[in-house]
Structures are given as structure tokens and as C-alpha cells.
Design a protein around this ligand. Structure first.
Ligand code: PLP
Length: 416
């Protein structure tokens, strides 16, 4: 098979692909302890709400036709976009209308389109890159550029917040954003670290985007206003320079593939045109299924009262287990401020995180080596090989079993 540059670039060993293959197999293997992916946990209340809605839709001829039998316009289901715009305007006083919103088949596909809209080659001969102001960042961005050398990123500042705790901060001194940057992107909360960028950091990033007149993508897949896996008192942010990407996945609908992009109408129109070429139309299923919950605000209530506490309790339990089991190890955990991950830093670790990943996989514990999460760093950084991402979203007993095996392996590696 002879492949084009495109074919070669997108079939080479992409981190996200090997991860998804590994994770997909592990999810189906009953003997694996799955602590690797971003799969949401099982929340009966959320599932029941969507089940009831699906039953209602299935029993109504017109509603069922909207759900399955009609291509939406490239911008996505209008009723959902109107309902969401109304929610955002009423709850946060954001000046948002339906034409500020486009739907995509998962937010993953939105990043691909947005990154390549604002970075790569320009007609004036210039070349721009996507800047990740702080890594570690989401692995799913790393292979999403059509061009090579697509990302540039910066190391964070590390604040030690306790004996075994730390928090990353954006190192604004090192950002140096010049004309070679076409777009900034952060996830908030951050996958893989569970960090939540502070309101002050967000304000400074928005100010930089405004000054440089480039968009700031804020990936709120775990964030505000839903699914609200945010355990600090961070505020949701909107500004005309911002592109806010949301998703229904972490609320409990990853298989439905619904991404939501909120941005200036000019950006939304351009994105929808690309969406039409790639997908014809985004799926109607998620927006039709979730529309009532957006209209009656149940999506916010469930996020606040059910989804957030579910993950926060799981985070606390996982932290307690690691603190108990890692006595004597020079470890540090990133402050668990949100999302569904613990980020474990094994300081002066005698083995790299990749080796630890493989040893754990052999005994059926699947988690993710930290080195994947540093795309675009100009220099090698030892810290990248000393970290692991641990997902705590699955069954409590399995998470505990997995953490005990992990701790045992870590003690064996440190020889203590
Ligand atoms: C930070 C982050 N953003 C975006 C996504 C993509 O989610 P989806 O394409 O399901 O909306 C994920 C998935 O795990 C994620 O972790």
C-alpha cells in the first residue's frame, strides 16, 4: 500500500491510537483493572434520565424522526443550540446566541478542525503553531496537526503544596508568544493532571489572546458548566477571543459522540463549513437526547449534585489509598482539583514510567505512562518520565485493587 503524506502521517504510531487500542481491549477484558482511559464511571441517575428520554423519543413518531431520520445542518441541531445559548445567557449572562454554537461528532473532531484552521501554513507564506501554554496536556491533541512540528509548549512552574502534594502553574515569564503562534489551547480541568487553571491564570491567558488577536481554546470536556468535574471554586469563563469546547461524553454519553463548540459566529460559520466537508452533518442523537435536560437545567443540577460528588469522592478514596500505601516513597500527587485522574510523580524513580506501565500491564493493571502528555516541548524533561496518570472513574473495588498492585510494584522498583 502506497500512502500519501497525509496517509503516512495519520497512520504512524500515534499515541492516542495505541492508547485507545490498549484501553479498548482492557475495557473488554474482565481480568484487567482499567485505570487508563477517560471513560466515565457508571452513574445510574444520569443513565436513567437519558433512558427515560430515549423511551419518550422512541414512542413519538416526529421526535424519533428528528432523532434518526433527518440530516441536521452542518452547525448542528438548532433546538439544542438555542436551548444551550439560552442556558448560558441566563445562568452566566454570556452574550451567546445559537449562532455562537456548533456541534461536532465528539469534541475530539472539533480540535482537529480548529487547530488546523488557525495553525499550519498561511497564504502569506508564514507558518504558525498551536501553543500549549503548559504541559502536561491532553494526549489527544498531540497528533491532530496536518503539518509536522505543529505544537509548541512550555514547562509549568511546580509549586509544592504539601509533603506529598504539588500543583502546576503556567509560567507566564516563559510564554513569549510571537507571530509564529496561531492559537492557544488549555484543558480545564486538565487531562492528565486534574489541575484546574485558576481564575487569575485564565484572565491572563484571555488577555494575551486578546492582545495577540489569536483564539484561546478552552477544552471544558470535564469542566464548566457541565459535566462540572471541578472540585475547586473556579469560575467558567467566556470572552470573544475564547473558543470554549464542551462535550456530552464525560456526563455519561461518550458513545453518542457530541462535541459542542462555543465561539464568535465567524469562527462557528468557518468550522461548520469544514464540518460539512468532513461529516456532512453532525450526529443528531446527542443533542436531541439532551435537549430537554438543557432546557429544564437538569443537566446543571445533575452535574452539580450527582456527577461532581461521584468523582470527588472517588478522588478522595484513591488519594487516601496511595498516601497509605506509598509510605517511604518520595512520591507527590498533583492536587486533585478536577477531572477523573490522579497524576503521580515518582521522584528520582529508578525506572521510567514507560517501564512501569509495561510491568503493570503484564499483571493486568492498565494506566498511562506520563511521557505521552508533553507534546511540543522543545527540550527533553526528565519529569515527563517520572509521572503516571491514574484514572479513578471505574468501580471502587477495582480501583483499590489496581492501586494496591501499583503501590507494590513501586516499592519493588525503589527497593523499599
Ligand atoms: C481533555 C479532553 N478533551 C477532549 C476529549 C474528547 O472527548 P470527546 O471527543 O468524547 O468529546 C477528551 C477525551 O477523553 C479529553 O480527555
Amino acid at each position: 500500500m502506497k500512502l500519501s503524506n497525509f496517509g503516512n502521517k495519520f497512520t504512524q504510531d500515534a499515541g492516542i491510537n495505541s492508547l485507545m487500542v490498549d484501553l479498548g481491549e482492557a475495557m473488554k477484558d474482565e481480568n484487567s483493572l482499567m485505570m487508563g482511559g477517560g471513560n466515565p464511571g457508571y452513574l445510574p441517575e444520569v443513565q436513567q434520565m437519558f433512558q427515560r428520554e430515549l423511551q419518550n423519543l422512541a414512542g413519538d413518531d416526529q421526535a424519533f424522526r428528528n432523532l434518526t431520520g433527518i440530516y441536521d445542518p452542518p452547525q448542528g441541531d438548532k433546538a439544542f443550540r438555542e436551548a444551550l445559548a439560552e442556558l448560558l445567557a441566563a445562568e452566566y449572562q454570556w452574550p451567546i446566541a445559537a449562532d455562537h454554537i456548533a456541534l461536532t461528532n465528539g469534541s475530539q473532531s472539533a480540535f482537529f478542525m480548529l487547530f488546523n484552521m488557525f495553525a499550519g501554513k498561511f497564504t502569506d507564506g508564514s507558518y504558525k503553531r498551536v501553543m500549549l501554554p503548559m504541559v502536561p496536556e491532553y494526549i489527544g491533541y498531540a497528533d491532530a496537526g496536518l503539518a509536522e512540528d505543529f505544537f509548541i509548549s512550555r514547562q509549568p512552574l511546580i509549586e509544592m503544596t504539601g509533603d506529598h502534594r504539588f500543583k502546576y502553574h503556567v509560567d507566564f515569564e516563559q510564554l513569549n508568544i510571537d507571530d509564529s503562534i496561531g492559537l492557544l489551547c488549555v484543558s480545564r480541568p486538565t487531562n492528565p493532571t486534574g489541575n484546574v487553571l485558576t481564575d487569575e491564570e485564565m484572565a491572563r491567558l484571555v488577555a494575551i489572546a486578546a492582545e495577540k488577536d489569536i483564539p484561546l481554546v478552552v477544552d471544558g470536556a470535564y469542566g464548566l458548566p457541565f459535566p462540572n468535574l471541578v472540585f475547586t471554586d473556579a469560575q467558567p469563563v467566556w470572552d470573544e477571543h475564547l473558543i470554549l469546547c464542551l462535550s456530552l461524553s464525560k456526563l455519561g454519553l461518550p458513545a453518542v459522540r457530541t462535541g459542542i463548540v462555543i465561539a464568535a459566529p465567524e469562527i462557528i460559520t468557518a468550522l461548520s463549513t469544514i464540518n460539512a466537508i468532513l461529516n456532512l452533518a453532525p450526529s443528531s442523537f446527542g443533542p436531541v437526547l439532551a435537549c430537554s435536560a438543557v432546557r429544564n437545567r437538569q443537566i446543571l443540577q445533575l452535574s452539580e449534585k450527582v456527577v461532581k460528588p461521584f468523582y470527588q469522592q472517588k478522588a478522595q478514596k484513591a488519594v487516601e489509598i496511595l498516601d497509605r500505601e506509598l509510605t517511604g516513597i518520595p512520591y507527590a500527587l498533583h492536587e486533585p482539583e478536577g477531572a477523573m485522574f490522579l497524576w503521580l510523580w515518582l521522584r528520582d524513580c529508578p525506572a521510567g514510567s514507560d517501564l512501569l506501565y509495561r510491568r503493570l500491564k503484564e499483571i493486568g493493571v492498565i494506566l498511562v505512562s506520563g511521557h505521552y502528555f508533553f507534546p511540543g516541548l522543545p527540550d527533553d524533561w526528565e519529569h515527563a518520565r517520572q509521572c503516571l496518570r491514574i484514572t479513578y472513574s471505574q468501580d471502587d473495588r477495582d480501583v483499590e485493587k489496581g492501586l494496591l498492585l501499583l503501590a507494590k510494584e513501586i516499592h519493588a522498583i525503589y527497593g523499599c
